[in-house]
Design a protein around this ligand. Structure first.
Ligand code: BTN
Length: 252
């Protein structure tokens, strides 16, 4: 179990990712910046992250490597950070009675709905990861969502309960810290990789995808992820196709 973590709560900020970046020297390894309201929350692919103030968890955890941090991690192993983070959120939700899956690379889904998104931003030095800011948006108490969001859900929608954000962030941060230690310090990478694959959304069944940027729709079956984090699909002819993040979108 992790020691008590350093969690800095703010009433309002533009984005906890930016907050950490601006005051990086003040954040030790595994410390957290959390906001009640983000006014310019950032999502993947340059999107905005919508989260109603005071209803959800929006926070960033700092990972440091080298002195006073985790052992050196080569840049080509950066996907281990994604695995550790997603497994921690999945474990946390499971403990709350919410069975979920990981939509590659780092969304957390409950059936066909998104409950959590992540933005993982690394800085590199000499081929290694120097630091990482792991930004997490988890829908907790929000019941209604803007129409432009395709398929959101929340812990409240799924359980009918409401949750104390401060208490829940302490629990979830502990799970994240434990997971990062297990994968990045203890080197428990093969079982983490197996767990990640076993939780993959849509694994081993055929569904429609669009390749990007051409938009061509095809049917494929997810069969796994490479160590570097590419998504592996088999098409109807049994041909193996590998995709980087921006090269494929799910048709849901
Ligand atoms: C996504 O699914 O598009 C990623 C969403 C990441 C949102 C979190 S909320 C906390 C942190 N601060 C941000 O501005 N973004 C991340």
């Amino acid at each position: 179990m992790a020691d008590k973590l350093n969690i800095r709560w703010m009433e309002e900020t533009d984005s906890t990712q930016e907050e950490v970046r601006r005051h990086f020297s003040e954040y030790d390894n595994l410390s957290v910046a959390a906001a009640i309201l983000q006014t310019a929350g950032r999502g993947q692919r340059g999107n905005t992250w919508h989260s109603r103030g005071g209803e959800n968890l929006t926070f960033s955890m700092v990972l440091r490597f080298g002195e006073e941090g985790f052992p050196a991690l080569s840049a080509n192993k950066s996907f281990l950070i994604t695995k550790a983070a997603t497994l921690a959120v999945a474990k946390y939700l499971n403990e709350k009675g919410i069975a979920c899956s990981i939509k590659w690379p780092n969304d957390i889904y409950v059936r066909n709905k998104k409950i959590c998104g992540m933005l993982i931003e690394n800085t590199l030095a000499s081929g290694n990861i120097a630091s990482s800011i792991v930004g997490i948006g988890l829908n907790v108490n929000q019941k209604e969502f803007p129409a432009q969001l395709l398929n959101p859900t929340s812990m409240t929608v799924l359980t009918g309960k409401s949750f104390d954000l401060v208490a829940e962030l302490e629990i979830l941060s502990g799970y994240l810290a434990d997971s990062f230690k297990r994968v990045l310090s203890d080197g428990d990478t093969s079982s983490a990789s197996q767990e990640y694959e076993s939780l993959l959304y849509r694994k081993d069944t055929f569904h429609e995808y669009a390749s990007c940027p051409d938009g061509q729709v095809f049917e494929g079956k997810i069969i796994g992820v490479t160590p570097g984090g590419l998504l592996c699909l088999e098409d109807k002819n049994g041909e193996l196709k590998k995709f980087a993040f921006k090269e494929i979108s799910y048709i849901i």
